[in-house]
Structure formats: C-alpha cells, structure tokens
Design a protein around this ligand. Structure first.
Ligand SMILES: [Zn+2]
Length: 302
C-alpha cells in the first residue's frame, strides 16, 4: 500500500517512522487538541482541499494552453494524488491541506510537551519566539522548484553558531509571499523558540548575523513567549487561506515545491531529536555524555 501511495513522491529517507505515525493516525485529521483555531477546523480544511485540487487542474489547463506540457502533467498528477488522500491512504504531502494540517497539529502537540518539560529546568530564563529573515532566499514565480528546505536549514544552523547551538532550540522554516513595492516573491524565513537569560543581547547578536534585507524591514524579531500560542503559527509553513484569496495563479507551482518537501524536514531542532511514539511525534533532549553537575553548571549562552 505504501509504495502505491508514494508513487509520485520523492523518496524520503529521514523521519520515515515519524512521518508514518502521523499519517496513520486519523486523530491528527480531526478537530481534537491541539486546536489550530477556528480558521483551521477539519471542515474548513476539507473545503480548501477541494479548492486546491481545482486550482491545480486550472493551472494544468493554463499550462497546456501555453503548450507547456511539463507543469500541466505535474499539476494533474498532484491533483490526482491529493484527490485520493483519505483515511488509511493518506498522501502525506505538504501540498495537501489535510496532511499539512495533520503534521502541523502533531508538531504543535510534541512541541507543547517538550517546551513544558524543558521549562522546568529553565525557570530563570525566558522562552522567546524569534523570527529571522535572511538576505536572499527569495524565489520569484518560475523559481519555486529551487527551494531546498533541507539545505536551507543546514545553512541556518551554521549561521546560528555565533549565538550558540549548544542550547535546546526548536523551530520551523516558513514561506511567506511578499507582494510589497511591486515585488512578488516567496521569502524563505524561520520561526524559532529558545530560552535565553538576556533577550536584548540575543537580539543584538542575531541582528549582526541577519543583516537587514533590502526589502524586509525587520530581519530579526525577538518577543517573549508567554504561552504556547505561537506554536501553530510557527508550524504553518504557508498562509494557505491568504494565498487562496490573493495568489491562486502562483499556487500550483508552490504546491509542486511543497510536494517535494517532507513535512518533518521543515523542523529545525537543536539538542533535540525527533521520533515516533504512540501515533504521534515526540521530541527528546539529546543528553551530552559528560554532565557531572548537570543543573548547577552555568551555561555561557546568553
Ligand atoms: Zn493528504
């Protein structure tokens, strides 16, 4: 059954068990906890799912008219794959409104749990929600197939070394559609959560790394997280309702790019590892071998 389901999809090599845990558990497709808000109920997602398929078919017709059979075939194939997504035969595609939402819910649930657990040892620190927008990493229509989240996440982890990657951190890559000042492009950026004893200093360090992008006024934003409300936003990947309203023309190409990305590859984890557990995801602290006075040791991180 799995080979049939995965026919069109690229071969995913990471997080296979975690991926299957999510798509094989219908609870993530329903309206149980964690809630993603009234805009993202199962019913409203089903409506968007239909609109997405319609949009792909329309995109295929348009491409065929332009005598570009390549995307036309790809859009038709993806439409078929999404239309076939149902219980016990989930497509697992990030282009699928239903599956993308299931992964979002499973990620939020796992993150709520690990954040609560880590908070116990970090009562003197602040949990902060960070957005970083790197220069470049923008994609115009026609370039979306170049988006490589795995590579981008590796770049990010490297870029973040000056602020210390020895601390527990979690986050996700995110694709925002920018249509300001005549520009029309996707901006790849990240939302992260971590603990710090000095949010201002951290923000200064981050600003030194992520220099102001010309078209983006706020390359770095650090805000205190008073609850877990930011988690749904952090794991949204795209603003689907907004794209369906404002940008259906470019959506088929974006959906193809999303289909080439494994939902769990969007995650950015530092000192945490992801695995499958009880039909869901679990994140665990990676413990270092040498830790004699584990709680007393002052970390040099800010
Ligand atoms: Zn699906």
């Amino acid at each position: 059954m799995r080979t049939e389901m995965m026919q069109r999809a690229p071969t995913f090599q990471t997080h296979v068990r975690a991926h299957e845990a999510v798509i094989n558990n219908e609870a993530w497709y329903g309206d149980g906890e964690p809630s993603l808000g009234e805009t993202f109920t199962a019913a409203k997602t089903a409506e968007r799912h239909s609109v997405i398929i319609e949009t792909l078919l329309r995109g295929a017709k348009r491409a065929a008219k332009a005598e570009d059979t390549n995307p036309a075939n790809d859009y038709n194939d993806l439409a078929d794959k999404l239309a076939a997504c149902r219980a016990k035969a989930r497509c697992g595609s990030l282009a699928c409104a239903k599956c993308a939402r299931a992964f979002q819910k499973a990620k939020v649930a796992a993150q709520q749990t690990i954040i609560a657990a880590l908070q116990k040892d970090r009562s003197e620190k602040n949990l902060v929600f960070i957005s970083v927008v790197p220069q470049g990493m923008t994609y115009k229509p026609g370039e979306f197939s170049r988006i490589d989240i795995v590579k981008a996440n590796r770049w990010l982890k490297d870029a973040l070394k000056p602020v210390g990657m020895k601390r527990a951190m979690l986050g996700s890559a995110d694709l925002g559609w920018e249509s300001r000042r005549g520009g029309n492009y996707l901006q790849l950026h990240w939302h992260l959560a971590l603990w710090t004893s000095n949010p201002d200093q951290l923000e200064q360090k981050l600003k030194a790394i992520f220099l102001r992008a010309i078209k983006y006024e706020r390359p770095v934003d650090v805000t205190a997280a008073h609850d877990h409300g930011f988690l749904a936003y952090m794991n949204k990947v795209i603003k689907l309702p907004d794209l369906l309203r404002r940008n259906r023309r470019n959506l088929p190409e974006l959906l193809l790019a999303l289909d080439q990305t494994q939902p769990l590859d969007l995650l950015v984890l530092s000192k945490l590892r992801l695995s499958a557990q009880n039909g869901g995801l679990v994140m665990r602290r990676i413990t270092t071998k040498k830790r004699k006075s584990k709680r007393k040791t002052k970390q040099k991180t800010s």
